[in-house]
Write a protein that binds this ligand. Sequence first.
Ligand code: KIV
Ligand code: ZN
Length: 527
Amino acid sequence: MMTQPKENPPVVNNQNSSLIIFDTTLRDGEQSPGAAMTREDKLRIARQLERLGVDVIEAGFAAASEGDFAAIRAIAETIENSTVCSLARANERDVRRAGEAIAPAARKRIHTFIATSPIHMEKKLRMTPDEVVDHAVKAVKLARTYTDDVEFSAEDAVRSEIDFLVRIFEAAIDAGATTLNVPDTVGYSTPAEWGARMAELIRRTRGSDRVIWSTHCHNDLGMAVANSLSAVLAGARQVECTINGLGERAGNAALEEVVMAVRTRQDVFGLDTRIDATQIVPISKLVSTITGYPVQPNKAIVGANAFAHESGIHQDGVLKHRETYEIMRAEDVGWTTNKLSLGKLSGRNAFRSRLTELGIDLASEEALNDAFRRFKDLADKKREIFDEDIQALVSEVHEEQVEQLKLVSLKVCSETGEVPMANLVISVAGEEKSATAQGAGPVDAAFVCIENMMQSGANLQLYSVNNITSGTDAQGEVNVRLERAGRIVTGQGADTDIVVASAKAYLNALDRLQKPAERAHPQMGDV
Ligand code: KIV
Ligand code: ZN
């Protein structure tokens, strides 16, 4: 049954001058290969998202696994100033799990979705359009028994028939949905097309003035941010986005780009957000460290070169008058010149209060002691300790609480004209093992030692080294991505010696590979 076009309803909510920022780093972002996060990682990111000022944190997909459920619940128990949301497919079990997971939250939302495009309904769901509407309505009604804040998404809206979208959105509003989300699930749209689709949905959907319209764009053609902003110009008042644009395949719209575009071009958008932009770079670094997804240097806002001026003409212009070549100030988005944080003589209290200033809450006294011991070790090797060093050091402390594989010692021999050799001792669940091997270089030799001992059979897909701060005494941060039987994991390690950092990263990835992966994917076929 086709819904007839209705008269233009007055758009009340959508005239708000505030844009709701819905962050899905912990859910869609986590769907990036190898970006799976522990409960502890998620909590740390959620705390930073709250500090950043995001309105809604999509904390995960509660029905995916016990681990996902527990992480959402822990976030719901901790976060006070952002709404905590769980995704749920449009079925009873998913909605109930979502409702239970978010129960302790001060502000809570259930985000339920079902696919609405002909290809998804026929081939994936094997449902008729009537059945899809029925599932959506039941899910929204059930979700409303857990919270007044219910979002409904029409997955693959970009390839859905507009009449069917109007029909299902009207049904969702009648069932009690308060936010309607229009996703470009496959990253197919263009800005003009996406804005027009949003405008038509807002104009034709009966009751559209009673809900917030939202957009969720993927970046397959590199247009996620442009499409999201076009939807905003057409009346959307919520943008779903992720830190660093992390997400399924080519990722989602990047939060930092959406926020800074709206803020810098007030003349175009006439809107603002609650975001404290000075927290953007710190959270970008945190997410990159935890997920092992490095930020490309020329990435807008958070890339290392985003505010660097290489050409003489540009440098000259910026020195004479900053605005000749800069439309934003680096410090406004959280870039600081490497800030000297602590030194060798700093005590435990100074260390503790610097952690607090950096927004790092260590779970226990034991974790604090461990971090302080690492800090002292680092201070023996490196004269000046920067905030970035402390952040890297602390991310290892969190990991270690559950690590089975640990580096005990490493000796490498690398000499011009000789084949490099490594001797490595590791601890496997408390038991020490050692190996000696040659390799193409010292890092390769260390990895061969680990593989000889562990026989993991994993393929090394990515190996990258970045300096955490500047200078030759800087710590190197290594990211390793391993694949085995289709499963991808990442591992990180940091040290002033990059061979040690590499061995730590490899062991960290192997440790994750050994743990069972029992999560369901939210967008899989069964509902
Ligand atoms: O891309 C998508 O359609 C999604 C939905 C679950 C909102 O992530
Ligand atoms: Zn998505």
